[in-house]
Design a protein around this ligand. Structure first.
Ligand SMILES: NC(=O)c1ccc[n+]([C@@H]2O[C@H](COP(=O)([O-])OP(=O)(O)OC[C@H]3O[C@@H](n4cnc5c(N)ncnc54)[C@H](O)[C@@H]3O)[C@@H](O)[C@H]2O)c1
Length: 466
């Protein structure tokens, strides 16, 4: 199974692709029924010296015990020899991810830069999981070369940088209000231009937030702490934070705000959301900020409104067309517009965000590899089961398969004589994923279940965790 490379690209987040864990019965042969390893109290999961098991964090243990009513211990699954798992991290993926994955006992190879296609093709052959940022292109050719590849789950971390974006926008509100971009440029040109006309404090001014999600709501709190009045518009009714208020339409928001800031996703509805009509609805001399997606604002209309003075200034971090590499490639009608702050899509680009992304994505990967949990995958059915009971003869079956009629009947037939404690399946497009926890199975029965499930014609990857 391969997916278009666009599935693996993300401008602001680390995207990790899990390419399949060893799923042959080797681990069953070598260690059919291991005894469970007691969890260590370490804050970070630590691998056993032989790499055969993973220890666990206290918080994970609490979570699992809770799901069994507190008294029954949760089982620490031993999917395989963790030391056999090879992970390739490119583009300087944050150290938090590197150490979390190494702590599991996985082999982690890191590179500071993206690799060219031919080098990536060589490297990816025996890799189970690859972590990238925005430069790497996992093309069809590259994916076809990945011999361990049976199914791909892509995990990203879209909300780790919300705070970074909100802080940048808050700063831009002050900068625009004081025309700081222009003063800074003039000073660098040797021009001393001390002015106070049309420069304002932000205290008491109205901020209009379009899209009250992760970033919009975070900004709402920060702006109120600076003394701003906050209104927002969102397509869904939302609980306002602090003393902010939801207004009933975009038009209303535009007409009452001194600053309008956009925090909506890119959808058919939000494309070209702010054009000439909307800019004309905004107050004379008000400001527009866009750190969401480039297609949401019609740039020629904004440039015209800035040059006419109807819009008093703008801060733009995202553009309909953005250069693919750093260098002197940027062109826009906004170049040279008055009081206009232009930044190269850096809203979420901070050390803190990178670190959070490393933590979040590596945890998602570890859960997928060790427990089969695919929650948070962007292209793959999202399935989770509560923890498996701490009994020696229970297993977890993870079955990635083609989403066609009749599969569940086949699986039910295979499992018919066994005690299935819990089972969950979900599909996304052509792919479906089933997880089932089965108790009271002998080592021979485990082999048999594995063989029969992996031999089904719809099989993509079958894994048995035990
Ligand atoms: N500049 C950067 O570096 C950077 C970094 C992170 C995110 N972003 C972008 O910021 C935007 C917001 O991110 P987020 O994490 O807050 O998203 P989010 O999904 O948490 O919130 C988006 C909000 O917009 C609302 N919404 C959707 N369509 C709408 C419409 N037509 N009108 C009004 N509201 C609408 C949704 O209901 C939701 O509350 C996204 O476009 C994201 O890609 C940019």
């Amino acid at each position: 199974m391969t997916l278009p490379s666009s599935h693996f690209r993300s401008q602001t987040t680390t995207t990790a692709v899990f390419a399949s864990a060893p799923s042959t019965p080797n681990h069953l042969r070598s260690r059919v029924m291991p005894t469970s390893t007691p969890a260590t109290p370490a804050a970070v999961p630590a691998a056993n010296p032989d790499g055969t098991g993973s220890s666990d964090t206290p918080s994970v243990r609490r979570e699992r015990q809770g799901s069994f009513g507190g008294s029954q211990r949760a089982k620490i699954l031993k999917p395989f020899n963790t030391a056999n798992i090879k992970i390739l991290l490119l583009e300087n993926v944050n150290e938090t991810a590197v150490s979390a994955l190494r702590a599991q006992g996985y082999q982690v190879e890191t590179h500071a830069k993206a690799l060219p296609e031919d080098e990536l093709i060589e490297k990816i052959r025996d890799i189970h999981c690859v972590g990238i940022r925005s430069k790497t292109k996992l093309t069809r050719k590259v994916l076809d070369a990945a011999e361990k590849l049976g199914g791909i789950a892509v995990f990203n971390s879209p909300f780790s940088n919300s705070r970074s974006v909100a802080e940048l926008v808050l700063a831009e509100i002050v900068l625009l209000s004081r025309q700081l971009g222009d003063r800074n440029r003039e000073m660098h040109e040797g021009i001393w231009s001390k002015v106070s006309s049309n420069c304002y404090e932000i205290r008491g001014k109205t901020l209009g937030i379009v899209g009250y999600g992760h970033i919009g709501s975070q900004l709402s709190v920060l702006a109120e702490s600076m003394g701003m009045r906050v209104y927002f518009h969102d397509v869904v009714p939302l609980m306002p934070l602090g003393t902010s208020k939801q207004v009933s339409s975009l038009d209303e928001l535009l007409s009452v705000s001194d600053f309008v800031t956009l925090h909506v996703p890119e959808t058919e509805e939000t494309k070209n959301m702010i054009g000439e009509r909307e800019l004309n609805l905004m107050k004379q001399g008000s400001f527009l900020i866009n750190a969401s997606r480039g297609t949401i604002v019609q740039i020629p209309a904004l440039a015209k409104a800035l040059r006419s003075g109807h819009i008093g200034g703008a801060a733009v971090d995202v553009f309909p067309k953005e250069p693919a590499a750093n260098g002197k490639f940027f062109e826009s009608e906004l170049l040279g517009c008055p009081n206009t702050l232009l930044t190269p899509h850096i809203g979420g680009s901070t050390e803190e965000a990178q670190s959070m992304i490393g933590v979040e994505v590596s945890q998602a990967l570890i859960k997928f590899i060790n427990y089969g949990t695919s929650i948070g995958a962007v292209n793959f059915p999202e399935v989770d089961l509560r923890a498996i009971k701490d009994e020696e003869n229970s297993i977890r079956l993870c079955y990635t398969h083609m989403n066609v009629p009749g599969v569940l009947m086949r699986i039910t037939n295979i499992l018919a004589d066994h005690n299935v404690d819990k089972q969950f399946s979900d599909s996304k497009g052509k792919i479906a994923y089933l997880m089932a926890d089965i108790s009271d199975v002998t080592p021979e029965q485990i082999q048999d279940i594995y063989r029969r499930v992996s031999e089904t014609p719809t099989n993509i990857v079958t894994r048995v965790l035990y």
